[in-house]
Ligand binder design. Structure first.
Ligand code: ZN
Length: 239
């Protein structure tokens, strides 16, 4: 696994390629950083090659001409939460929308495309343990850029004690529930017609819920947060 602090380097090198900058412009990258960049790009290309090499013949046949995903899924951009944790074969299944704090309003158009144009019957909104965006919304650090502040505006938290795991967990849940509420308002027509169900959940890699590290815990279905009420809906089972 690559070190977390290399993520910025991946973004950096991709931006450099995308912007078609000259070799002179990239000279600020010292040798050590270049070595890291080479290692990261090699990792990505080798991972891609490994993926491609394992594909059965005609794997893309049904995907080339369009998509019919089974769910729109809004998650945090956090590197600890990835599609393979929620769908082991996500290609063609998941219309994935990611942003800091798994928010509805900061990705309104993308989510609307999944719900109203791709007609996914489910909208998942999935937060996660130890979410940095939620913690930032709690602690309000002064060193954040305006663009990041704007993306924290619709994160709803409880309290400001980021050292308290309980308070962070409650804030992660509060934010998921708030995002579900926003989605229920926007997509009430689809929900009332029985064409859309909105699920809120937490990807619990910290094992805050005691069900094992990495479990997805459903905490909200169409605005219902009481586990007994959710169970009565008989929409899913742990068994
Ligand atoms: Zn997060």
């Amino acid at each position: 696994m690559l070190k977390q602090n290399r993520c910025n380097l991946i973004l950096g090198i991709l931006l450099l390629y995308c912007c078609n900058l000259s070799a002179e412009t990239t000279s600020f990258v010292n040798k050590s950083e270049k070595d890291q960049v080479r290692e990261i790009v090699r990792h990505v290309l080798e991972s891609n090659a490994e993926f491609v090499d394992k594909l059965p013949k005609d794997y893309f046949k049904d995907l080339i001409h369009g998509q019919s995903p089974i769910a729109t899924l809004v998650t945090c951009a956090d590197s600890r939460l990835h599609t393979h944790a929620l769908d082991v074969h996500p290609d063609g299944d998941i219309f994935m929308v990611r942003n800091i704090g798994n928010q509805v309003s900061t990705a309104e158009g993308s989510i609307e495309y999944g719900v109203r144009h791709l007609h996914t019957p489910i909208l998942f909104i999935i937060g996660h343990s130890s979410c940095g965006a939620v913690e930032a919304a709690m602690s309000k650090p002064s060193n954040l850029e305006p663009s990041i502040w704007r993306e924290l505006e619709t994160i709803k938290v409880v309290g400001n004690e980021v050292d308290s795991h309980t308070e962070v967990k409650k804030s992660v849940e509060s934010n998921v529930n708030h995002q579900v509420t926003l989605a229920l308002k926007k997509y009430s027509k689809e929900i009332d017609a029985g064409n859309l169900t909105v699920f809120g959940g937490v990807y619990d890699f910290r094992n805050d819920y005691g069900r094992g590290n990495g479990r997805l815990v459903i905490i909200n279905v169409n605005g219902k947060t009481n586990p007994i009420e959710i169970e009565k809906m008989q929409l899913y089972s742990f068994n």
